[in-house]
Design a binder for this molecule. Structure first.
Ligand SMILES: Nc1ncnc2c1ncn2[C@@H]1O[C@H](COP(=O)(O)OP(=O)(O)OP(=O)(O)O)[C@@H](O)[C@H]1O
Length: 262
């Protein structure tokens, strides 16, 4: 390994553990994600992937161990505090405001990042900087033609695109996406992978993902979580070739992804 001692990582997990009651679900995870990398977290059902996400984003506090964001300890902080420090997590489409338009939803995200409370939104329609940033975002997520459509009237894939827009609206440099293509058709998924790639250029991306096509299409690195431990963290090619990963988890899933041309 190279000398990583003095290097600041976008995300670093050190000796992370989490128990629910007597059951230890996360069992000593060490992981260092370099800034700008796109990392997919994969593993069998119940392995602890979502729990890991919840520990990173502050929804859960670890039983022991550390979580660092750009070198600063964030374990024990509240999700909004972590958000303010530059980490943004998608909260699924239920957190989009259905009765607000695409523009208004995105502007909420932008204004939140500028420190405004949602309750003041109606008085802020002439904030030029926020409006400009919002227009830019709308085009980034491909919703230019849907600017004034209420979120509730968008298609499912469009709602997911809006969700990504809201997630990146604040300009966070670390983005967490939970199964971003779940429920999409193959074509929508392909389109969405390129959208995610575009909007996360220069950012660090962590995603929990089951679809191996998405994993191999999107990730620079893959973290394999099995039974609360990271058993491999490497490039897709190295993970694919790792016998321990094959045995513990990937086997047929890799064959599927190769068959799909990834
Ligand atoms: N709040 C909680 N209280 C008690 N047990 C929990 C809690 N959250 C998760 N667990 C348990 O922790 C284990 C890991 O769950 P987690 O959702 O992190 O796995 P996962 O890898 O994301 O699974 P999946 O791929 O099915 O979403 C499961 O056995 C789950 O039942």
């Amino acid at each position: 390994m190279s000398n990583v001692q003095n290097k600041t990582h976008a995300i670093e997990l050190k000796g992370l553990r989490k128990s629910f009651g007597k059951t230890e679900i996360i069992r000593g995870v060490d992981l260092a994600v370099e800034a700008g990398d796109r990392v997919a977290i994969i593993g069998p059902n119940g392995a602890g992937k979502s729990t890991l996400f919840n520990l990173i984003s502050g929804r859960l506090a670890p039983t022991s161990g550390e979580v660092l964001l750009n070198g600063k300890r964030i374990d024990g902080m509240r999700p909004f505090e972590i958000n303010r420090l530059g980490l943004s997590r998608s909260f699924q489409i239920t957190n989009i405001f259905p009765k607000l338009s695409v523009f208004e939803n995105l502007r909420c995200g932008v204004l939140w990042s500028l420190g405004y409370r949602y309750t003041f939104l109606r008085f802020l329609s002439n904030l030029d900087d926020a409006n400009e940033r919002t227009e830019e975002l709308i085009h980034q997520v491909g919703l230019g033609k849907k600017r004034d459509v209420l979120a509730v009237n968008l298609t499912y894939a469009e709602q997911r695109a809006l969700e990504i827009g809201v997630t990146i609206a604040g300009g966070a440099d670390v983005i967490l996406l939970d199964e971003p293509t779940a429920g999409m058709s193959k074509t929508e998924t392909q389109h969405f992978i390129s959208l995610i790639k575009q909007v996360t250029v220069g950012k660090t991306l962590l995603t929990v993902e089951h679809d191996m096509g998405v994993v191999f299409g999107l990730a620079d690195k893959i973290a394999v979580v099995v039974y609360g431990e990271v058993i491999a963290f490497d490039t897709p090619a190295a993970v694919r070739a790792n016998p321990r990963v094959q045995e513990a988890y990937l086997g047929s899933a890799v064959a599927d992804a190769q068959g799909a041309g990834h």
